[in-house]
Design a binder for this molecule. Structure first.
Ligand SMILES: Nc1ncnc2c1ncn2[C@@H]1O[C@H](COP(=O)(O)OP(=O)(O)O)[C@@H](O)[C@H]1O
Ligand SMILES: CC(C)(COP(=O)(O)O)[C@@H](O)C(=O)NCCC(=O)O
Length: 329
């Protein structure tokens, strides 16, 4: 089975031949809509007892994943409509578009936009709780997919071998618009033990205001070229270039994110957007890493798994979180 990424927010190819479509489902989050469907192209014609022509799949196919910004939900609706995802990709062969088209959906948007889906596409969203789905998905991936989980430290990615008998309990940290921290004890056994409202939405929202960036990717890209020391106050800035070794603080540790802006006597325009973005990314990632570590400590959990689109394989973000987790160890 192939996994195929077909969409990034705002960009999609409307005319890909998809064949028969099944397993169409949605996660409508605070920032992004995640959409998945399975398509089979290796089909042959079959005629049913009533003499109607249909297609039968040979069982091979692809998963397709697409994302849309939740604020541009109409693009998502258009994508579904164009590809006829809710009708199995082929309107004339399957059930006619009635009120009974039921699609699995999760995330806050499955409540917020239920009427919109019904009105525009005749889709009834069959809601699943996002935390239940998150835990079921994480457990499935960790157990069923080889080389799914990895550590990332100082630019080095190392896959983790998961021993199925030694997986639980673990802390699952999902960094979306906000951050949820779940203590997972088994299949369907979990508790939301903590969270923080300083998450991916904070990085993108505050970053947008401070830098005038037009997209998340642009903001993230800027952070790679920035130097947070231009705006963060370091221990060395306070201690005349020296470490505060008595309490284990090196001169290069960030003492106060954005702290230099207090004494610099500069305006926002005097700071480079690259430096602001870098500082913001470190501030938020550090904070999440520290809260996660403290919760792992609180419950005696030896493993933390991080997920969510804020991380999305972004190396600098992952590195910062890792440093924060290891800071006190
Ligand atoms: N292309 C993108 N557009 C907007 N945000 C993005 C994008 N890629 C990554 N992100 C980050 O991912 C976060 C959303 O993560 P996600 O796991 O999808 O959460 P949610 O379910 O709340 O939408 C955003 O707040 C932002 O920090
Ligand atoms: C409310 C949410 C579960 C919604 O999930 P999301 O769309 O952010 O993925 C999440 O944003 C969250 O856990 N926020 C943090 C709330 C808090 O603990 O302060």
């Amino acid at each position: 089975m192939d996994i195929l990424e077909v969409g990034i927010p705002g960009k999609w190819e409307p005319n890909l031949p998809d064949g028969h479509i099944s397993h169409f489902a949605l996660d409508i989050g605070g920032s992004l809509i995640k959409l998945v469907y399975f398509s089979t192209n290796d089909e042959f014609d079959v005629v049913d007892k009533a003499g109607r022509l249909g297609k039968q799949s040979l069982g091979k196919g692809r998963f397709h994943f697409a994302n849309f910004e939740t604020s541009k939900i109409n693009d998502c609706l258009e994508f579904i409509q164009t590809k006829q995802l809710h009708l199995g990709g082929c309107q004339h062969l399957e059930a006619p578009p009635t009120d009974t088209t039921i699609i699995k959906a999760t995330g806050g948007g499955s409540y917020k936009y239920a009427d919109l889906f019904k009105e525009k596409l005749g889709i009834c969203l069959d809601k699943e709780d996002e935390m239940d789905c998150l835990v079921a998905g994480a457990n499935f991936l960790l157990k069923a997919v080889h080389q799914e989980a990895f550590t990332f430290m100082h630019g080095q990615k190392e896959f983790v071998n998961i021993d199925h008998n030694d997986l639980y309990p673990y802390l699952l940290v999902n960094i979306g618009s906000g951050v949820s921290m779940l203590k997972v004890d088994g299949e369907g056994k979990f508790e939301r033990v903590s969270g923080t409202n300083v998450g991916g939405g904070t990085f993108w929202g505050l970053g947008r205001l401070l830098t005038n960036c037009k997209s998340f990717d642009e903001l993230l890209e800027l952070s790679h070229k920035g130097n947070n020391r231009m705006i963060d106050m370091l221990v060395g800035d306070i201690y005349g270039g020296m470490d505060h070794s008595k309490v284990g603080l090196s001169s290069t540790t960030i003492a106060s994110s954005f702290g230099k802006a207090v004494s610099d006597n500069k305006e926002l325009a005097d700071y480079r957007p690259e430096d602001i973005s870098r500082s913001l990314l470190r501030m938020i990632s550090n904070n999440i890493g520290q809260i996660s570590y403290l919760n792992a400590l609180r419950f005696g959990l030896k493993r933390i798994f991080f997920g969510g689109f804020f991380i999305g394989g972004h190396t600098y973000t992952m590195d910062t979180i890792s440093v924060a987790v290891h800071f006190w160890r």
